[in-house]
Design a protein around this ligand. Structure first.
Ligand code: SF4
Length: 59
């Protein structure tokens, strides 16, 4: 799966980092950053579905 975060809409709440710390981190800009571009870690689905702003895309 390819994971990306829309930095325009991310509010830096940290939910994705809590659910999936191997994939997401909060960067210096206060927004979520994807640490790996491709992953089979299923927590990205949970993070996508839990993101309050719908900023996480999984393909
Ligand atoms: S859960 Fe969504 S809004 Fe919150 S930090 Fe992650 S990508 Fe940004």
């Amino acid at each position: 799966m390819k994971v990306s975060v829309d930095k325009e809409t991310c509010i830096g709440c940290g939910v994705c980092v809590s659910l999936c710390p191997d994939v997401f981190e909060i960067g210096d800009d206060g927004k979520s950053h994807v640490k790996v571009k491709e992953t089979n870690n299923k927590c990205v689905i949970e993070a996508r579905d839990s993101c309050p702003t719908g900023s996480i895309k999984v393909e």
